[in-house]
Design a protein around this ligand. Structure first.
Ligand code: BYC
Length: 495
């Protein structure tokens, strides 16, 4: 592998290799969008770049590191799109990559179905498209800031590397949205790009747009639940934007999905290894293991699951949404796996059922399909979420334990949509306010639970060693051993 001479601001990057690579690493901003041919856009992005780097220094990972074994996107083809090497994090080459262009591509749904995809923003959809891109862009830096202190309590160097990989790629996804704002939305787009660096997770005056991105990521169990449940919302939202008639957005999201898969791997296996460790200790001692045994009790893992699942369900918006119907009909946002659906892809005459709370009970009602597309996507998401839970339960079954983790009811702990004005138990019973208040600490992490989990979060910085509350993974990253030196910390002597 050859590296280029580091630029003072962007640092070294791996040179592209192989015939698939079309990403130009000679640019300050690696890209496959011919940035060099558009001086105005290039200058605008080069103006944003130092602001991003300042933001990264202030709100990116707090733990000082020398370098990290990171995956960098170097191509957009099917194979060999990524390169792994030790890179100082601030020198990571955040670039702009769109999936391959298909000149014959047509719109697959809505009232423009069958027409060629758009390479420019149609005037009548400008505001809606910008809103979707801003909402997507807003989540990316939010998650980095939410996770900024976790390096200090990493259960292993392997896990720390995965955290930083997720962080740099969320940074790249911010770049992806900022490119679209700069390239297609003029001054307004540039203003929005600035705002993406100014809003801050949990800030009372300038919060992040969506609820889950203002919650604190208090500890590593929360991080694993976040990457399992909340990154999975990202997968499904990107999956619908990948169908967009606005082709630059579609191609951007398609490429982002490649990186997203690893983020969910981190969540799935992180929770799995936590459950595994608790199950092992429980099986050894013959009774439920808990904080006194140095592991996270299963009921607390269930509470964390309940919390992150419910706040992630809110990210889908209201079950009935005219916004969602309009986005679909106009071709801005499709359905999950739109082209595999066996219907007319216009949906004007279609209906479906949804659950509502009526007279203190759950009732089914029929609604126009077009108005219920947030629910359609959310149903796909819930089915996917259930797969991980099955996998986690396998750890319990394998050790002969009877306990099981479950997804709570869709109406549990909701702040957005049809259930927002009601309290439901995880089993789906409608509760009075008093019943909810009396029971909620048994379903959601209490302050005491969070404190007890935090007390277990002691850093383990020795290569190949793992904190006592979590099992080691089965294999390392990119065929490296588990005990590989994935991160070199800045402080001498720590590793
Ligand atoms: N919190 O018609 P409605 C990711 C607002 S995650 C606060 O029901 P719509 C990632 C809504 O804005 C994926 N407010 O909703 C994961 C609207 O406000 P206005 C992010 C909310 O528009 C991990 C009002 O309520 N991408 O990538 O149909 C790490 C009524 O809205 C919330 C996207 O979300 C909420 N949870 O659907 C890193 C894709 N929900 O306009 C990254 C782009 C709704 O009346 N966004 N509201 O003031 C969209 O497609 C849609 O905007 C939404 C909402 C699905 C979010």
């Amino acid at each position: 592998m050859t590296t280029q001479v580091p630029d003072s601001r962007t640092g070294a990057a791996p040179a592209p290799t192989g015939p698939l690579s079309r990403i130009d690493y000679s640019e300050k901003i690696p890209n496959n969008v011919n940035l060099a041919e558009d001086r105005r856009l290039q200058r605008a992005l080069e103006g944003w770049q130092p602001k991003f780097l300042d933001w990264w220094k202030t709100l990116g990972p707090q733990l000082p590191t020398k370098d990290v074994y990171l995956r960098t996107a170097i191509a957009v083809g099917r194979d060999g799109w990524a390169h792994f090497d030790h890179v100082p994090m601030e020198d990571y080459r955040w670039g702009i990559f769109l999936a391959e262009n298909d000149p014959d591509k047509t719109i697959t749904f809505g009232k423009h179905k069958g027409e060629p995809v758009w390479t420019e923003v149609p005037g009548e959809h400008r505001a809606d498209l910008m809103r979707l891109i801003v909402i997507q862009g807003d989540t990316e830096p939010a998650s980095v800031a939410q996770q900024r202190v976790l390096g200090e309590t990493a259960p292993s160097i392997y896990d720390m590397r995965n955290l930083f990989q997720v962080n740099v790629e969320e940074g790249r996804h911010l770049w992806a949205m900022v490119y679209l704002l700069h390239a297609y939305f003029g001054r307004e787009g540039r203003d929005e790009a600035e705002q993406l660096l100014k809003r801050n997770s949990g800030d009372l005056d300038a919060p992040r747009i969506l609820g889950a991105f203002n919650e604190e990521t208090t500890d590593w169990l929360q991080f694993f639940m976040f990457t399992y449940f909340t990154d999975r919302d990202g997968k499904y939202q990107l999956g619908t934007l990948k169908e967009s008639a606005f082709d630059p957005l579609a191609r951007t999201c398609e490429f982002m999905l490649k990186e997203e898969a690893h983020h969910m791997f981190v969540g799935t296996t992180g929770v799995q290894r936590t459950v595994q460790r608790t199950a092992e200790v429980t099986a050894e001692k013959g009774s439920p293991a808990g904080f006194d045994d140095g592991v996270i009790p299963l009921e607390v893992i269930q509470k964390y699951l309940n919390f992150q699942f419910s706040v992630s369900m809110d990210l889908f918006g209201s079950e009935q949404s005219t916004n969602a119907g309009n986005y679909y009909s106009s071709g801005l946002k499709g359905r999950w796996q739109e082209t595999r659906r066996k219907d007319d892809h216009v949906l004007l005459d279609d209906v479906r059922t949804m659950t509502v709370v009526d007279g203190g009970e759950l009732q089914e009602k029929e609604v126009p399909m077009l108005s219920a597309l947030n629910l359609d996507l959310r149903d796909e998401y819930v089915a996917d979420c259930a797969n991980g839970v099955r996998r986690w339960n396998q750890e319990l079954e394998d050790r002969g334990l009877a306990e099981r983790l479950v997804l709570p009811h869709e109406g549990f702990n909701r702040k957005v949509g049809a259930y927002a004005q009601h309290h439901l138990s995880p089993e789906g019973h409608v509760l009075t306010d008093a019943e909810w208040d009396a029971a909620k600490d048994g379903w959601l992490p209490s302050e005491d639970d969070r404190r007890a989990v935090a007390a277990l979060m002691v850093p383990e910085y020795e290569y190949g060693k793992f904190a006592g509350w979590i099992s080691p993974p089965q294999s390392g990253i990119n065929d490296q051993p588990v005990e590989f030196d994935y991160v070199h910390l800045a402080e001498e002597g720590l590793v």
